[in-house]
Design a protein around this ligand. Structure first.
Ligand code: FE2
Length: 186
């Protein structure tokens, strides 16, 4: 995977998806803005070279120390990996699955080690579009309304951590707000 792009935060008023109130690529500013809504964001080292066909076990092994640090710190009991390479057929249903506003009874913790994806956090009257790239750790607390766009031709590898993966189901709010906001590649 060769995508090398930078993290980006755009903060919108929920009534105006066209003009952001704030747009920044500065990592510490992004962490600060997201911390103000209870979302953890950190930039970590993610420089392991993964083979094109690297499986879940190989990705976990490559990032074992980072994973163990998080598990120890936050009590996450299980870990898995989602890895999508550009050109993978049949990803549209997977994309659609999380493209509408929802919440979980569990934290949504993602450590991006390749590629990118966009989280949209809807908190108060604001929408925080956070485009995460390799090296970004984001933790969306349980109960936070949000959605996620992996784009029409997804390319990312994310390590996912859970306290209880069975509790990590999407409860949709029925609010169509996500449809009005720019997609990952807009
Ligand atoms: Fe989610």
């Amino acid at each position: 995977m060769t995508t090398t792009l930078t993290t980006l935060l755009r903060v919108f008023d929920e009534t105006n998806p066209h003009v952001p109130l704030l747009e920044t690529g500065d990592g510490s500013r992004i962490a600060q803005e997201l911390a103000s809504i209870g979302v953890r964001f950190e930039r970590w080292a993610a420089d392991a070279q993964l083979a094109p066909g690297a499986d879940q076990a190989a990705v976990i092994e490559a990032y074992r120390s980072s994973i163990e640090r998080l598990q120890h710190e936050c009590g996450y009991r299980s870990v898995d990996v989602i890895r999508l390479e550009r050109g993978t057929p049949g990803t549209e249903p997977l994309r659609k699955k999380f493209l509408d506003e929802h919440r979980h009874g569990e934290d949504e913790v993602r450590f991006f080690v390749e590629g990118r994806g966009a989280f949209y956090l809807h908190v108060g009257s604001r929408v925080y579009q956070t485009i995460c790239v390799r090296g970004d750790l984001i933790s969306v607390p349980a109960g936070t309304t949000h959605w996620f766009d992996m784009g029409p031709d997804p390319e990312f590898t994310a390590i996912r951590l859970f306290v209880n993966p069975d509790g990590w189901v999407a409860n949709f709010t029925g609010n169509p707000i996500a449809q009005a906001f720019p997609k990952l590649d807009a």
